[in-house]
Design a protein around this ligand. Structure first.
Ligand code: HEM
Length: 507
């Protein structure tokens, strides 16, 4: 009797295993059938074993595949789901710009029941709502609006220098990523939430703590973001939140408090909150309601999309300047002479710093914070010049990190060289080989704000400090595999030398 029971169980297990195997591999002949070159997938994980085991970040994994396959595109699998990867800049231009109507949404999950705030940020919103909100939000990011916020950003720049002055006196090696994170937190709280973040005053300042909870490289954060990017169905099923609930609650309360105060006092501060209040008064957008969480989400997206991107870019820039002293000297000289001409850190002064711009462009080449772009084919699309159809619903990846390190476009890609961004060199490469802010109608809406925020931080730091490698500075950088954004595993510690403490300074 027991033997029969054992046999039945064994057969049942084998049948279940076989069915599971069939399910996991059911699409593994997909790209072969279409005649698209591919990298052989592994059972269950597809081509993403290293990503799901948190052994390698997605940017580097895509780069490995990019380098293995010649030709303009290839196919891969996330679990058993076929994904199309575009390599060729001309093809990328088709996806992002020319054929945008076929690729209007990202693959990332969007579920209002799971997370009422994140589902309403532009990065995650789907069509047709995205289109209406994007056109309404675009005027919010004009250079005029950003210019009017310069006094707010400058105030944070001054706080940054005061903080570093104190810290550099006490400690030999300072974590540049943490310093940049404090700066980015305070710029965003000031410009987007209309309040002071006080990140430089207290280690446990509430906004800085919220930023840590959202972006720290924990296993839980890794699983949360992986579900949104790779398993949207899991998000729908388990109503997984993109942002931890206490963070959402914190942002909602902060926003509501500021708006109530502004309305009751009839006060303004020339920041994004003023603009959002004005937009709210204008009423619905083409039938889409602009109220409640939808408004709060527009402020929250500064934190979700602008915090990690800006703070990483500032800290990677400082890192490269540590390693490249002659470039650092040249930037410092440019900052000094431009500020002498302009008298202070104005919007125009920043625009006049052409070499600084090239340095930041090169930083974003080597360290594109979001190392890949994604879109979903919302309609069938024929790969130009072929008979191959990418079916509606197929996720599409653009391996930005790999493009930025392709020696075809950037010879000696590991070398940090701002001269890659002279007008002549830029014109000599295909334009979609360099895409740190993405491209087309769904590109980064905060590009100007992100660039100004990054440059102001560098201008303030380099007006007072020189940066040097300390014993702890990682050379080369080992990238953290538990996050989608590009980040150093052990941070970016370095020395900040206060030039006013140099004996030669008085002379
Ligand atoms: C150096 C800083 C920044 C970098 C490198 C960066 C990079 C990017 C990239 C690569 C994308 C995807 C574009 C695409 O898919 O084509 C993106 C989208 C986006 N970024 Fe940024 N970003 C930065 C700063 C900011 C800031 C400060 C904000 C402030 C709000 C912001 C808001 C957004 C939004 C809302 C989207 C989604 C746009 C849409 O889908 O319509 N970004 N960013």
């Amino acid at each position: 009797m027991l033997e029969y029971y054992f046999m039945d169980t064994l057969i049942l297990c084998l049948v279940l295993l076989y069915l599971l195997y069939k399910l996991c591999t059911k699409n593994f002949d997909y790209w072969e059938r279409k005649g698209v070159p591919y990298i052989k997938p592994q059972l269950f994980f597809g081509n993403c074993y290293d990503i799901f085991m948190f052994r390698k970040s997605i940017g580097l994994t895509l780069a490995d595949m990019y380098n293995k396959i010649s030709g303009p595109y290839f196919g891969m699998w996330v679990f058993n789901i076929p994904h199309f990867v575009a390599k060729d800049p001309e093809l990328i231009k088709h996806i992002l710009v020319k054929d945008f109507k076929n690729f209007q949404d990202r693959t990332i999950a969007s579920n209002e029941e799971a997370d009422e705030i994140s589902a309403n940020v532009l990065f995650i919103m789907k069509n047709p709502t995205w289109k209406t909100f994007r056109s309404k939000m675009t005027p919010v990011f004009t250079s005029g609006k950003i210019k009017s916020m310069m006094p707010l950003i400058n105030k944070i720049g001054e706080d940054l220098v005061a903080y570093l002055t104190k810290l550099s006196n006490q400690s030999d090696s300072i974590e540049a990523k943490e310093v940049s994170a404090k700066y980015a937190t305070d710029v965003i709280t000031s410009c987007a939430f209309g309040i002071e973040g006080h990140s430089f005053e207290k280690e446990d300042a509430p906004w800085r703590s919220v930023g840590r909870d959202m972006f720290e490289f924990t296993l839980f954060n890794g699983i949360r973001s992986s579900s949104y990017f790779f398993l949207p169905k899991l998000v729908d099923l388990f109503k997984i939140k993109f942002v931890p609930p206490h963070v959402t609650q914190f942002m909602i309360e902060a926003f509501v408090k500021t708006v109530d105060y502004r309305k009751s006092e009839n006060s303004s501060r020339n920041d994004f909150i003023d603009i959002l209040i004005k937009l709210q008064k204008e009423g619905d957008f083409e039938g889409h309601k602009f109220e409640g969480n939808r408004v709060i989400a527009q402020a929250a997206q500064f934190f979700l999309a602008g915090f990690e991107t800006t703070s990483s870019t500032v800290s990677f820039a400082l890192y490269e300047l540590c390693l490249n002293k002659s470039i650092q000297e040249k930037v410092i000289m440019e900052i000094k002479t431009t500020l002498e001409q302009h008298g202070s850190v104005t919007y125009e002064a920043i625009q006049d710093m052409k070499y600084l711009h090239k340095v930041v462009q090169e930083v974003l080449r080597k360290y594109p914070v979001l190392p890949f772009l994604d879109r979903t084919a919302t309609m069938d699309w024929k790969i130009p010049g072929t008979d191959i159809t990418i079916e509606a619903g197929t996720p599409v990846y653009i391996p930005m990190f790999a493009l930025h390190y392709d020696p075809k476009y950037f010879p000696n890609p590991d070398v940090f060289d701002p001269e890659r961004f002279t007008e002549e060199t830029i014109n000599s490469r295909p334009c979609f080989s360099y895409i740190p802010f993405g491209g087309g109608p769904r590109n980064c809406i905060g590009e100007r704000f992100g660039l100004i925020g990054t440059k102001v931080a560098l201008v303030y730091i380099l007006s007072r400090f020189e940066v040097e490698c300390s014993n702890e500075t990682p050379i080369p950088i080992d990238f953290e595999p538990k996050t989608f954004a590009l980040a150093s595993k052990i941070g970016l510690p370095m020395k900040f030398i206060d030039i006013k403490r140099r004996p030669s300074y008085a002379a």
